[in-house]
Write a protein that binds this ligand. Structure first.
Ligand code: GLA
Ligand code: ZN
Length: 666
């Protein structure tokens, strides 16, 4: 069954309304809701006094309308009594300021008292709902994140370091604490990187970010353990925040879960763009699928204008449907809209849901009702379909954290660089997996690992083996610069990948953002067609050892010297791009890469039309999504059947603005 539904807060509305809500949901094809992830105050009004009566009643009404539920453990927003019990459980910001009560997520993730209260409410809910026919699974907490720098975290950081390094000598050596006489002689001397401490030691700062990420993984695991023990028949997930979220190692956070869920808001109040770039959503979905190499859920899909104090653009007609099918095209096995009804009170008064404040169904409800009817018909043909990309992009959270600590160039963005290569592939309708540096790469024809700045031996061996065995690797400047302690390597760059790339960085330069250096490309199959590719921000001046030069700088004192090289290594090839390029360069390199690797495009489409493939058993499904505001024509190479209309289509087909087609072979 395709899980289709909404995030529902019955506790915000009078009980007399619940029946009507359930009926309207049922009429919209809803079969699943998420409940209770912010209801701690109602579930445990006083310490150890639980009240499940209201939730039982809500579940009973929903179930009578054919609707089942995921329950959220409510630990993302503590009731005042929890925080009154533990005044030192308030999170401390990097500035050193302690948070106060009033929003949500005020808690410190390592506070033992907070963790205990979280286990108690989780255990109580788990016991009460373990065998409830309406309950199918759990969401733990809500959108984990936010670093804490409190004294309790400091003590836990010291213990974490002790576990990791064993001795202070090892810590001092790893971080190079001899610099500025930071040699620690007691564990308790080790600080946390508060802003009041100034620019921190990079080794300490990276370990702190890893520790904090790990703190959430461990906090989550305590709840996972309780739920696994008490509710063995339920699934467990968490709602992640997509590719753009950068404070937790999401590969680690996903490990203990059955599958990943995430929250997709294409139009945010603070992102005032007329048109949502399709690739900006696609990379989020692909990253969420990549965390476990598995289909995912959208636990919150935008269904109205987003906003807290201000109101964002409302989804244009057809957009909710387009975003829904785009999520499905990229691997979503379930879609829940946030939120059922726009709230009349609280911080999120202006975060609009399916229904407006007055509870009346209008345009957005009708659009969702239409999608619900479609998915009731064709959902079974989509659930569990596989994505089978032949290209991977490597995402490394250690690298991401390390660039937060030292961006290298004020305008360099690591996720921006990944996205730039991703966008070029997306424009060609080439499917992409986003994978960790140690993932099994053997199934990919090409791997792009931009700026793998913190590079350990295991990841380096993985990439080397991949190329040796015939893979094509694209890597860039700022690769292999740091070892895992965040110290600069004691070898020519790109460090552990210098041999695979057959190149050494002789020296490097950075450029002001407004300045770029034209490149002379000599790549086989150069597709720039008269346009000049440019180096930006960072310029490695390269000396090939075994590689051939495929681009040279045309300006600066290094004019004529190598900027990009290509090396044959084992049965494969490694392209080293010694700069952060512009779009022309990235487009050209991706043209070369897909040709050299023989990676097919799902379909050639006009700008604005996204084509995505999935496989249901051996049946290929082709999704066509017109993100443009006008009609676009697409040419189909063979005759196909449109699942949504049951009609056979062939040759030239016209897609209306925001239209969706899901095609399978005739
Ligand atoms: C997030 C949260 C929700 C809600 C929405 C809208 O995704 O998970 O609880 O706050 O944003 O702000
Ligand atoms: Zn803390």
């Amino acid at each position: 069954m395709f899980r289709f539904g909404v995030d529902y807060y019955p506790e915000h509305w009078p009980r007399e309304r619940w029946e009507m809500d359930a009926r309207l949901m049922q009429e919209a094809g809803v079969n699943t809701v998420r409940l209770a992830e912010f209801a701690w105050s109602y579930l445990e009004p006083r310490p150890d006094h639980f009240d499940f009566e209201w939730l039982d009643r809500a579940l009973e009404i929903l179930y009578a309308h054919g609707i089942q539920a995921i329950l959220g453990t409510p630990t993302a927003s503590p009731p005042p009594w929890v925080m009154a019990m533990y005044p030192d459980a308030y999170r401390v910001l990097a500035s050193g300021q302690r948070q106060t009560y009033g929003n949500r997520r005020e808690y410190c993730p390592t506070h033992p008292g907070y963790r205990e209260r979280s286990r108690i409410i989780t255990q109580a809910m788990a016991e009460h709902y373990a065998n409830h026919p309406a309950v199918i699974g759990w969401q733990i907490d809500n959108e984990f994140g936010d670093r804490c720098y409190c004294p309790i975290c400091r003590a836990n950081f010291q213990a974490w370091l002790q576990e990791k390094y064993g001795s202070l000598d090892a810590v001092n050596a790893a971080w190079g604490t001899i610099f500025w006489s930071h040699v620690y002689t007691e564990w308790s001397q080790i600080p946390v990187p508060l802003e009041t401490g100034g620019v921190p030691n990079p080794g300490l700062a990276l370990d702190y970010d890893r520790f904090m990420s790990d703190a959430y993984v461990r906090f989550q695991r305590e709840q996972v353990d309780i739920l696994r023990r008490t509710c063995p028949n339920h699934f467990i997930t968490h709602n992640f925040m997509g590719f753009h979220y950068d404070r937790i190692n999401y590969f680690d956070l996903a490990r203990d879960l059955d599958f990943v869920a995430w929250d997709n808001y294409p139009r945010l109040a603070w992102r005032r763009v007329m048109d949502v770039p399709p690739a900006s959503r696609a990379i989020e979905h692909d990253t969420m699928r990549g965390l476990k190499g598995k289909n995912f859920w959208v636990m919150e899909e935008q269904s109205g204008s987003g906003g807290w104090q201000t109101v964002g653009m409302t989804p244009r007609p057809g957009e909710i449907r387009l975003w829904t099918y785009q999520a499905i095209a990229h691997g979503a096995d379930a879609i829940l809209y946030f939120r059922w009804r726009t709230n009349r009170f609280g911080t999120e008064q202006y975060w609009h849901g399916v229904l407006d404040h007055d509870g009346r169904p209008r345009r957005r409800y009708r659009e969702i009702q239409g999608i619900g009817a479609e998915l009731q018909r064709i959902g079974d043909q989509l659930v569990g379909a596989e994505s089978r990309p032949q290209v991977a992009i490597v995402l490394c959270y250690d690298t991401r954290f390390a660039f937060q600590i030292q961006p290298n160039h004020p305008d360099f963005s690591y996720p921006g660089l990944l996205a730039s290569y991703y966008n070029a592939l997306h424009r060609r309708n080439v499917g992409v997996d986003i994978v960790s540096p140690t993932a099994d790469l053997s199934r990919y024809k090409a791997v792009i690992a931009p700026a793998l700045y913190v590079l350990g031996q295991e990841a380096a061996d993985n990439l080397q083996r991949y190329v040796e065995n015939g893979g094509i690797l694209l890597t860039t400047a700022r690769t292999g610069v740091k070892d895992e302690t965040n110290a600069v390597v004691n070898m020519p760059l790109p460090g552990l990948l210098a041999e695979v790339c057959g190149v050494e960085v002789d020296e490097y330069d950075t450029l002001p953002t407004e300045v770029s250096v034209p490149l002379e490309l000599t790549l086989p199959n150069d597709t720039t067609a008269g346009e000049v590719a440019h180096a930006r921000l960072w310029c490695d001046v390269l000396i090939p050892t075994t590689a051939e030069i495929v681009a040279r700088y045309r300006d600066q004192y290094y004019a004529g010297r190598a900027a990009i090289t290509l090396n044959r290594f084992g049965r494969g090839q490694a392209l080293y791009v010694g700069t952060v390029g512009d779009a022309v360069l990235h487009e050209t390199l991706i043209d070369w890469l897909v040709q050299a690797a023989g990676v097919p495009s799902a379909l050639t489409t006009p700008d604005g039309v996204e084509a995505v493939e999935r496989w249901k058993d051996e049946q290929r499904l082709l999704f066509l999504l017109n993100h443009a505001n006008d009609t676009r024509d697409v040419i189909l190479p063979t005759s196909m059947i449109d699942l949504l209309t049951d009609r056979t289509v062939e040759g030239r087909v016209t897609l209306e603005p925001k239209a969706v087609m899901i095609l399978r072979g005739a």
